[in-house]
Design a protein around this ligand. Structure first.
Ligand SMILES: *[C@@H]1O[C@H](CO)[C@@H](O)[C@H](O)[C@H]1NC(C)=O
Ligand SMILES: *[C@@H]1O[C@H](CO)[C@@H](O)[C@H](O)[C@H]1NC(C)=O
Ligand SMILES: *[C@@H]1O[C@H](CO)[C@@H](O)[C@H](O)[C@H]1NC(C)=O
Ligand SMILES: *[C@@H]1O[C@H](CO)[C@@H](O)[C@H](O)[C@H]1NC(C)=O
Ligand SMILES: *[C@@H]1O[C@H](CO)[C@@H](O)[C@H](O)[C@H]1NC(C)=O
Ligand SMILES: *[C@@H]1O[C@H](CO)[C@@H](O)[C@H](O)[C@H]1NC(C)=O
Length: 691
C-alpha cells in the first residue's frame, strides 16, 4: 500500500483509523429507515437525469457506482479528507492507494431525499441526495438538476470534500468534449457528446444530445478548487493535497471533472452542495417543432440556470421538508405508515418521468405543457393510459398537471391529421419524438383511451373546478362519449392497457371503463340523459345481470362469460368521483373475493397469471373494504421491502414462484412514472392538498 499522507498524521493514526473502520463495520450493521428499498433515487428529475443506487449496494456505498435507470453504471464519486486521511465515501470503484473506506451507519429516504450517513475516521459524513418535487412551482420543478449536499461533522483541524462525474452521464463515452466556466464563485462543468444526435437515445436510453452539468460553489467558508483529467491523476491530487490544480486539459477517455472544497478546521458541522444535471435545449420534438424546458423562459443559458438552481437551494430544501412531511403525515394518518412509505418511494420516480416544457422559439411561459415517457415498458411518449394510471398523484398534489399532460394530445387532435373516431394511444413510438401518427398506424386501444381522455378531463375538472378543458375540447369529448356509447358495452377484440393480455373481445374491465367514462361525461357536459342512462344500463348488465361476473356475482371475469376472474380496476373513478354507477353490492363482493385468491406475495392481475401490478392493486385497494385494503397495502409494502429487488421500483412483480422467478421479485418493468397510481387511496381523502 502506498502511504501518501499530507499533514502530520503518523502511520499509527492510519492504523487506528483502519481499526476503527473494521471494528465499526463488524459490530454495527447499518440501519435502513424505513427499510432498504429496491433502489434509492439519487438524482431523478427527468427521463435523462435518472441516477439510482441499488439498495443492496448501500452498505458498500464507498466503492459502488450509481446507475442510470436502465442499469448501466454512472461515474459519480465523493472522497472526504478528515485530518489528512482520505476516505472514499461514494462511488469510488477504483480506490487511490492510501485511501480508507468510510463505513455506512444509516440510510434513509423520504419523498424527495435519499440520505446516507457514514463514519470517516473522527468525522461523520452525511450525503443528502435531494431531487426537488415542486408540484406548484414550475420553475423549480423544471430545472433539470439535482442536489448532493455533503455535510461533515465532528472536530478536526482540517477537512476537505471532493466530488467528480464523467461522460457516462452523456450517454456517449466514446467521444466527448467538456468545458469549465465560472459565474461569480460558482464553478460549472459541461460535458457533451462529441457527435450529438438530436432527439436520439443510446442503447441504454440516455440522451445522445444535450449536456451533463456538474456545478458547485464555496460554502461554509470553503475554498473551491477544480480540475479535469484522468481519475487517477485528479483523485490522487486531491488525496495527496486536499485541493486541485485548477487545470483543465481536454476530454480523454475515462476522464473526470472534479471539484474540491477545503473547509479547513471544523467544529460542529460544515456542508457543501453540488448540482448534477442533464440539459437539452431541444427537449422534445413536438409535432415537428422543438419544445424546451420551462425554466428557459427565465434562464435560457445553462450556466445561469444551474447558478440559479444553487441560489434556490435553501428555498427548495425548506419546501421539501414541508412537502415530505405532508406526504408522510397525510398517508400515515389515512392508511398507516406502510402506505406513507409506499408513497415516499413513488414520488420522485413519478415526477422523474415527466418534463415541463415551452416552445423553444417563443419561450412563452404561458404556453406550458408536460410530457411523460413510458419508461422501460416501451418508451412511448404521452401514452394516454400511462397518464391514466398516474393521475391520482396529480389529483392529490396539483390537478393542473393533468391538464398539462392532456394539452399536447388535444393540440394534436386540433391539428387534424388524426381522424379516428376514438382517442389516440400516444403521441409517438419513442420519447422525445412526440410527432404523432399521421397514417393512423398507432397501437390502437379504442375503448381504453376514449374512456381515459374523458376520465382524465373530469379528474382535472373535479379537482381544480376549472372547466376550460371541457369547454375548449368539447367536440372531442363528445365524440369519445359517443364512441363509448356505440362500442363500449361489447368491445370488439382489442387491446386494453394491459396489452400483455393480447387483443381480447368483451373485456369486462373495458366495459366497466365505458360505463364509468359515460358517467363522467354526463358530469362534464352537465347532464346528458342519454349517456347517463347508458352508463347505468352497462353497469346493470355487467354486474347485476352477470354479463361480466361469475353466476353468483362474487367476482368479475376477464371477458364476458369467460373465466378466469379479473382484478377489475376501472370502477375506481366511480368511487373517486362519486358517480354511483356500480352498486355497492359489487364493491362488497369483490372486496370479499380478492383475499380468497391472494397468492404468495399478493393478488395477481387475473386468475391465470403469476404476476400482479402495483398500480391496479392500489386502485382496487382504494375501493375495497378496510381489511382487504390493509392486505393489499401490506403486500405492496412487503414487496418493496423484501430485499429481493435492485431495479428502480418496478410496478409489476411475481406474486407466485414461477420457474427462476420467485414470489416478490420484480418483472422487467423499472422506473416507470406510473407509480403515481399509488396515490389512489389518498385521493379519496381530497384533492389538491399541497398549496
Ligand atoms: C427521434 O427521431 C429522430 C429523427 O427521426 C431520430 O434520429 C431519433 O433516433 C428518434 N429518437 C428515438 C429515441 O427514437
Ligand atoms: C450567473 O447566474 C445568474 C443567475 O443566478 C444569471 O442571472 C447570470 O446571467 C449568470 N451569468 C452568466 C455569465 O452566466
Ligand atoms: C432552439 O432555440 C435556440 C435558441 O434560440 C436556437 O438556437 C435553436 O436553433 C432552436 N432549435 C430549434 C430546433 O428550433
Ligand atoms: C360479446 O359478448 C356477447 C354477449 O355475451 C356475445 O353475444 C358476443 O358474441 C361477444 N362478442 C365476441 C366478439 O365474442
Ligand atoms: C357493503 O358492506 C358494508 C360494510 O360491511 C355494509 O355496511 C353494507 O350494508 C354493504 N352493502 C350491501 C349492499 O351489501
Ligand atoms: C406493514 O407491512 C409489513 C410488510 O412489509 C407487514 O408485515 C405488516 O404487517 C404491515 N403492517 C400493517 C399495520 O399492516
Amino acid at each position: 500500500m502506498q502511504v501518501k499522507m499530507a499533514g502530520n498524521r503518523s502511520l499509527w493514526s492510519v492504523f487506528v483509523a483502519t481499526w476503527t473502520f473494521v471494528a465499526l463495520s463488524s459490530s454495527n450493521a447499518a440501519s435502513f429507515t424505513p427499510f432498504q428499498p429496491p433502489s434509492y433515487p439519487l438524482a431523478v428529475r427527468s427521463p435523462y437525469l435518472s441516477a439510482w443506487l441499488p439498495g443492496n449496494l448501500a452498505s458498500s456505498l464507498p466503492s459502488s457506482a450509481p446507475q442510470f435507470w436502465f442499469g448501466n453504471d454512472l461515474t459519480w464519486s465523493v472522497i472526504v479528507r478528515v485530518g489528512g486521511v482520505a476516505y472514499n465515501v461514494f462511488g469510488v470503484t477504483d480506490a487511490v492507494d492510501g485511501t480508507q473506506q468510510a463505513a455506512l451507519t444509516d440510510a434513509t429516504f423520504t419523498s424527495t431525499h435519499s440520505t446516507f450517513t457514514l463514519t470517516a475516521g473522527d468525522g461523520t459524513v452525511k450525503l443528502d441526495f435531494f431531487s426537488p418535487v415542486s408540484p406548484k412551482n414550475y420553475l423549480r420543478q423544471s430545472l433539470p438538476f439535482s442536489y448532493l449536499t455533503v455535510t461533515v461533522s465532528g472536530t478536526s483541524d482540517n477537512v476537505q470534500v471532493y466530488s467528480d462525474i464523467d461522460d457516462t452521464w452523456t450517454g456517449q463515452s466514446t467521444a466527448s468534449t467538456w468545458s469549465h466556466t465560472t459565474n461569480g464563485t460558482t464553478g460549472v462543468y459541461q460535458i457533451s457528446p462529441a457527435n450529438p444526435v438530436t432527439y436520439a437515445e443510446s442503447a441504454n436510453e440516455q440522451a445522445l444530445w444535450g449536456e451533463a452539468v456538474y456545478a458547485t460553489r464555496p460554502s461554509d467558508g470553503s475554498t473551491l478548487t477544480s480540475a479535469s483529467g484522468p481519475p487517477s491523476t485528479v483523485r490522487s491530487q486531491f488525496v495527496s493535497n486536499g485541493k486541485l490544480g485548477n487545470s483543465y486539459p481536454g476530454w480523454t477517455s475515462g476522464g473526470v471533472v472534479g471539484f474540491a472544497h477545503d473547509l479547513g478546521a471544523i467544529s460542529g458541522s460544515s456542508a457543501v452542495t453540488f448540482a448534477v444535471g442533464h440539459v437539452r435545449e431541444e427537449a422534445i420534438n413536438y409535432l415537428g417543432a422543438a419544445q424546451t424546458g420551462y425554466y428557459r423562459a427565465s434562464y435560457p443559458e445553462t450556466v445561469a440556470a444551474v447558478t440559479y438552481f444553487l441560489d434556490d437551494y435553501s428555498d427548495a430544501a425548506s419546501e421539501s421538508s414541508s412537502f415530505d412531511s405532508l406526504i408522510e403525515s397525510s398517508g400515515n394518518s389515512a392508511y398507516g405508515s406502510n402506505y406513507s412509505d409506499i408513497l415516499a418511494l413513488s414520488v420522485r420516480q413519478t415526477f422523474g418521468g415527466i418534463e415541463l416544457t415551452i416552445p423553444n422559439d417563443s419561450l412563452d411561459a404561458n404556453d406550458v405543457q408536460a410530457f411523460i415517457k413510458e419508461i422501460s415498458s416501451d418508451g412511448n411518449v404521452q401514452t394516454v393510459d400511462v397518464i391514466y394510471a398516474t393521475f391520482p398523484i396529480f389529483y392529490v398534489l396539483n390537478a393542473d398537471f393533468i391538464r398539462l399532460l392532456l394539452q399536447p394530445i388535444f393540440t394534436y387532435l386540433d391539428q387534424g391529421s388524426y381522424t379516428l373516431a376514438y382517442a389516440p394511444h400516444d403521441l409517438g413510438a419513442h420519447y422525445p419524438n412526440a410527432t404523432g401518427w399521421n397514417s393512423n398506424t398507432e397501437e390502437a386501444m379504442p375503448v381504453e383511451e376514449s374512456g381515459n381522455v374523458i376520465l382524465l378531463t373530469y379528474a382535472y375538472q373535479s379537482a381544480s373546478k376549472q372547466t376550460d378543458l371541457a369547454t375548449t375540447y368539447s367536440s372531442y369529448l363528445q365524440k369519445y362519449a359517443q364512441y363509448l356509447y356505440d362500442n363500449g358495452e361489447y368491445p370488439t377484440a382489442q387491446y386494453s392497457l394491459n396489452d400483455a393480455l393480447g387483443k381480447l373481445a368483451n373485456q369486462t374491465n373495458l366495459g366497466v371503463k365505458a360505463a364509468v367514462g359515460l358517467g363522467a361525461y354526463n358530469k362534464l357536459s352537465s347532464s346528458n340523459a342519454k349517456y347517463a342512462s347508458a352508463a347505468t344500463t352497462f353497469a346493470d348488465n355487467i354486474y347485476t345481470k352477470r354479463l361480466g361476473t361469475n353466476s353468483g356475482g362474487n367476482y368479475y371475469t376477464i371477458q364476458y362469460g369467460v373465466e378466469p376472474w379479473f382484478l377489475v380496476f376501472n370502477n375506481y373513478p366511480d368511487i373517486l368521483f362519486d358517480l354511483g354507477i356500480f352498486p355497492e353490492e359489487s364493491y362488497n363482493a369483490t372486496s370479499d373475493f380478492y383475499p380468497s385468491v391472494r397468492s404468495t406475495a399478493g393478488v395477481p392481475l387475473d386468475g391465470s397469471l403469476q404476476w400482479g401490478q402495483t398500480n391496479w392493486q392500489a386502485w382496487v385497494a382504494a375501493i375495497a373494504g378496510s381489511s382487504t385494503q390493509e392486505e393489499f397495502i401490506s403486500d405492496l409494502h412487503a414487496y418493496i421491502s423484501n430485499g429481493l429487488n435492485t431495479a428502480p421500483f418496478s410496478d409489476r412483480y411475481w406474486v407466485e414462484d414461477n420457474g427462476d422467478n420467485k414470489a416478490g421479485q420484480s418483472y422487467t418493468f423499472r422506473a416507470r412514472p406510473t407509480l403515481g397510481s399509488h396515490f389512489a387511496l389518498l385521493a379519496l381523502k381530497g384533492a389538491n392538498i399541497w398549496s
